[in-house]
Ligand binder design. Structure first.
Ligand SMILES: Nc1nc2c(c(=O)[nH]1)N[C@H]1C(S)=C(S)[C@@H](COP(=O)(O)OP(=O)(O)OC[C@H]3O[C@@H](n4cnc5c(=O)[nH]c(N)nc54)[C@H](O)[C@@H]3O)O[C@H]1N2
Ligand SMILES: Nc1nc2c(c(=O)[nH]1)N[C@H]1C(S)=C(S)[C@@H](COP(=O)(O)OP(=O)(O)OC[C@H]3O[C@@H](n4cnc5c(=O)[nH]c(N)nc54)[C@H](O)[C@@H]3O)O[C@H]1N2
Ligand code: SF4
Ligand SMILES: [Mo]
Length: 912
């Protein structure tokens, strides 16, 4: 039995939704003694039918109360909620009074629930009269939104997940689906096995794990996507592969779009050269696309995060319209969303250019309609008359002193915005920064005047919308820790204190959802005015809301069971019902390469981490796949710039630098480097990707160009490297953070620190004594060549362990990790401490399979023993048998070993 309530749960199994990516998987949580002890995929949920990826299946490991914010704080002092809420309301009111309504702003997140988002939008735009409310979706989906609106007249994703399974051709453009939407990738993979005729094309400058299932890989030059798709449109026209009937009946603008495409890209050879592709491979793609009706083009940040992101989206959509490849099963331009509720935010109007419920400021009658719905006629101020600042611009307005108060909820702009140093300076300058956050340790909190502890996943109650427009319930299963409160509650309490109690008198998120559903249908007869219409979900009582099953919008009287696919009737949400093709003239990235900064910087995600790691780093097993910040470099560039695999290097951009460990790989194109977006100042000295990116944005969508930085690469001169393992409860001032490089890696029961310094250290024992607390027993082994191992025990417990030397020389850490959990070290264990365990306990290497914690070395040795298939490895080591995300890596290890085998000199060549 499941009961969603603020009171303690009475159930042992409950359904909710994963809080990570936009796939929006259903999760079944097991509750025991007031804690979630296990999670599994919800077999009935239409997004995942029982599957979960490694992040989802580690959810319960991230929930400890340690490190959670539990008390509000004002000016650094812990206070009661009443004091904190009064402070928020009082200071917001004072700012408005002194500097005007436009001086207050909010910066929200696709990780808020729809109900949180709705009340925040209503408070700021509706009642405080400021248009400056934007969201981190600006960094994520803004170009996709603008592209859909230009083409279809509404921000509407036409496809559903089943389309990926029903397609004959799936094109992944700038999407690493295998790592970032793993469950959807698994579905696609299964579909491809079932339908041997299905083809997959991957278009990405990097060879990613998603290439595992690719029939064709186009490793294009970064930023050249619009040119490539212009080329496709031109080619389709030249080869007579257009759907003339569709174009004439359902679209406008084809002539202009084709003319622009022809002017830009009518010569296939030239397009191939410009995109740095093989002409034959490019034509194969064009041929496949043109000759299939059932094509899904799935695109993501490699397209969106660009100063011409909107144009790239429309270049793709143009090709679908020109071939009539949408509005039918297995076809359509599918922008896959990133955050769990990126879509919900778009639905309530959380972008600064939107007003509410898919109405923009310029939508005829919208301002008046929303005013009447929210009953703000009598208010001064009235609703804003036009759009507010988009994220990057918002922080410039703060810098200029125009915006004087900012409330940030569920996002970390001190890390994730481009030009992070400038953002930090703006935050430092802003007289009032309010931050609603769940954890104690984020880079942003240093800038907060008021900190509000928010409830988190498993505690919060509300809805999210996934990439296929499917609305699902996230359910509150546990009480929030300490005094943490739900975001919607916090916002409503502030609204009450500002005098708007009547409009924010919700007792439960179900009431907010009801209002949101009613607004979507307000003066919108069966979606005739706005496509986003969930009016059939209005009026749900609390029980019905609690029990709400996943459903895809629109949900109207005509379509009470929801709508899987849009535009099946060929009618679009424009005033004349016709879709628009948009003429595209491609533009180059704004961040220009130069002699000083000759390398193209690509940034993105890794399989096991979520954004700024505030949650995923709490599950130590998710740290093992990539433990340190890294820089991926092509072998030729490694030679050219003097950096070596597994050694440290530094990237320098106009505005900042990044220190990380080099991974030399042919997956990277020469002249380009890739860094992860996840590391913050909480985890390493200097590896925020945002510090390397300039704040150039797309003029239409305002989305920054996070994929196309310009950097220089050089080795980090290191005289020494060291590893410290430190008991977790050790209160140290972390004096080693003054080193030239450090990275903190949470483990079970201890913390690992990787350190390096540019200046030689003569007396390591003295240094360690200075850094680490005194211990009763200390062992040390100094090999005299600058290498050293030491361990310290106090009260029978392992206190710390240290090694000076390259990390490649580390013993396996699993054994040592366990020793930190021993209440009393045995004599045998003490003797083996310096060796790091039993003689045979070698380092298992990076974890490839996070579900079953299988390291690279074990896998390689099994392959060498003859387990040369994924199945055989799974049978022996269990790797790849749970979520399947590591299968591409298993395959490439098998491939690598084969290549080594082939490269081995035969007896004859040896003689020769
Ligand atoms: N594990 C994990 N999964 C996540 C997230 C996470 O943090 N961790 N975050 C979620 C969120 S919010 C989002 S937005 C999604 C993002 O999901 P994705 O968009 O798949 O993620 P990225 O790794 O940012 O970028 C995708 C790819 O774009 C490629 N790319 C770079 N430049 C170009 C270019 O010029 N052209 C083309 N065609 N490709 C290019 C990169 O090489 C990269 O492989 O992931 C979601 N899922
Ligand atoms: N260089 C570069 N930069 C990028 C990107 C890139 O590819 N490259 N990608 C961009 C994209 S697509 C995205 S989506 C952003 C993501 O970037 P951010 O949104 O800044 O990253 P998160 O770590 O997800 O931040 C969410 C914060 O909210 C907190 N939180 C979680 N749940 C809740 C809640 O319910 N309530 C409250 N109040 N707080 C909560 C978390 O602890 C965390 O601190 O990064 C963008 N920045
Ligand atoms: S695919 Fe996305 S939604 Fe599904 S379990 Fe993994 S992170 Fe969660
Ligand atoms: Mo995102």
């Amino acid at each position: 039995m499941y009961q969603a309530d603020d009171s303690a749960p009475i159930c042992d199994q409950a359904k909710t939704t994963c809080p990570y990516c936009g796939v929006g998987c259903g999760v079944t949580a097991t509750l025991e003694d007031g804690a979630i002890t296990a999670v599994e995929g919800d077999r009935q949920h239409p997004a995942n039918y029982g599957r979960l990826c490694v992040k989802g299946s580690a959810l319960h490991e991230t929930l400890s109360e340690r490190g959670r914010l539990t008390r509000p704080r004002v000016d650094g002092v812990e206070v009661d909620w009443d004091v904190a809420l009064d402070a928020v309301a009082g200071r917001l009111a004072a700012t408005r009074h002194e500097h005007g309504d436009d001086a207050v702003a909010a910066y929200l997140s696709g990780q808020l629930l729809t109900e949180d988002y709705y009340v925040a939008n209503k408070l700021f735009k509706g009642f405080l009269g400021t248009p400056h409310l934007d969201t981190n979706s600006r960094l994520c989906m803004a170009s996709a939104v603008a592209g859909y609106k230009r083409a279809f007249g509404a921000d509407a994703v036409p496809c559903c997940y089943e389309d990926l399974e029903e397609a004959e051709l799936v094109v992944l453009v700038g999407s690493n689906l295998a790592w970032n939407h793993p469950v959807l990738y698994q579905r696609l993979k299964v579909a491809k096995t079932r339908n041997p005729l299905m083809r997959v094309v991957v278009i990405d400058p990097r060879v990613t794990d998603s290439c595992e299932i690719a029939d064709l890989y186009l490793g294009l030059k970064p930023g050249s996507d619009a040119h490539l798709f212009n080329g496709l449109l031109s080619w389709m026209a030249a080869k007579g592969r257009l759907d003339r009937v569709y174009l004439e009946g359902h679209t406008r603008g084809f002539g202009e779009a084709l003319a622009a495409a022809n002017a830009d890209a009518s010569d296939l050879e030239a397009v191939a050269t410009d995109c740095d592709l093989d002409a034959e491979a490019l034509e194969t793609f064009y041929y496949w696309f043109a000759s299939q009706l059932h094509v899904v083009t799935l695109y993501s940040q490699g397209v969106n995060q660009s100063t011409s992101g909107t144009d790239k989206c429309n270049a793709i959509i143009n090709c679908h319209l020109a071939g009539g490849k949408l509005g039918l099963p297995g076809a359509g331009p599918f922008s896959i969303t990133g955050q769990p509720n990126a879509m919900g935010g778009r639905e309530v109007g959380g972008l600064a250019n939107q007003l509410a419920a898919h109405m923009d400021y310029h939508t005829p009658g919208a301002i008046d309609r929303v005013t009447r719905f929210w009953r703000t006629e009598q208010l001064t101020p009235t609703l804003p008359k036009g759009p507010g600042h988009k994220a990057v611009e918002l922080f410039s307005a703060i810098e200029r002193g125009e915006v004087q108060a900012l409330w940030v909820m569920a996002t970390n702009p001190a890390v994730s915005l481009p030009d992070a140093a400038r953002v930090r300076a703006a935050l430092a300058k802003c007289p009032l920064v309010i931050v609603s956050e769940c954890v104690t340790d984020t880079d942003l909190l240093a800038y907060a005047d008021i900190v509000l502890p928010a409830s988190s996943w498993s505690e919060k109650d509300g809805t999210v919308t996934n990439s296929e427009r499917c609305i699902s319930r996230q359910r509150g299963l546990l009480p929030p820790p300490g005094e943490a409160r739900h975001d919607w509650w916090i916002i409503c309490e502030v609204a009450k204190r500002l005098g708007y109690g009547e409009a924010f008198a919700y007792a439960h998120p179900s009431e907010i959802f009801d209002e949101h559903a009613r607004l979507s249908g307000f003066e919108n007869q069966d979606g005739s005015e706005r496509l986003f219409d969930i009016s059939a979900l209005a009026g749900l009582d609390r029980a019905a809301y609690d029990a709400l099953a996943p459903i895809q919008w629109p949900v109207t009287a005509q379509a009470p069971a929801g709508t899987a696919r849009l535009f099946e009737d060929g009618r679009f949400a424009t005033d004349d019902g016709l879709a628009r093709l948009v003429p595209i003239t491609p533009r180059l990235p704004e961040q220009r390469l130069s002699v000083a900064r000759p390398l193209r910087l690509n940034t993105g995600r890794i399989r096991d981490q979520w954004h700024t790691m505030t949650r995923t780093a709490r599950a130590p097993r998710l740290m093992n796949h990539r433990a340190e910040p890294f820089i991926e470099v092509h072998p030729d560039d490694a030679v050219a710039y003097g950096v070596a695999d597994q050694r440290l290097a530094v990237l320098t951009a106009e505005a900042g630098e990044f220190r990380g460990r080099v991974r030399v790989t042919k997956s990277q194109r020469a002249g380009e480097v890739f860094v992860p977006m996840h590391w913050t100042d909480r985890f390493t000295k200097q590896a925020r990707s945002g510090a390397l990116i300039n704040g150039h944005t797309d003029p239409l969508s305002g989305q920054p160009e996070s994929k196309h930085g310009a950097v220089a690469l050089a080795p980090l001169g290191t005289a020494w490297e060291a590893t410290l393992l430190v008991a977790e409860d050790l209160e140290t001032a972390r004096p080693w953070c003054g080193s030239d490089y450090w990275a903190r890696i949470p483990m079970r029961g201890c913390q690992r620190w990787q350190l390096a310094g540019e200046r030689a250290e003569n007396d390591w024992l003295a240094r360690l004594a200075e850094w680490l607390p005194e211990a009763a027993t200390l062992w040390c082994e100094d090999s005299g060549d600058g290498r050293l191992r030491a361990a310290a025990v106090k009260h029978g417990r392992l206190c710390w362990w240290a090694m000076v030397g390259l990390p490649a020389e580390l013993p396996g850490l699993a054994w040592l990790e366990q020793r930190f959990n021993d209440a009393e070290l045995s004599d045998t264990h003490r003797r083996r401490l310096l060796a790091g365990g039993d003689d045979g306990a070698a380092d298992t290497g990076p974890t490839i399979c996070s579900c079953h914690q299988v390291g690279q070395k074990a896998i390689v040795s099994a392959i060498r023993d003859g387990d040369t298939s994924v199945e055989a490895l799974g049978a022996r080591l269990a790797c790849g048998t749970q979520c399947g995300s590591c299968i591409p890596e298993l395959k490439s290890l098998i491939e690598e070993e084969r290549a080594h085998e082939r490269a081995k000199p035969t007896p004859e060549t040896q003689v020769a």
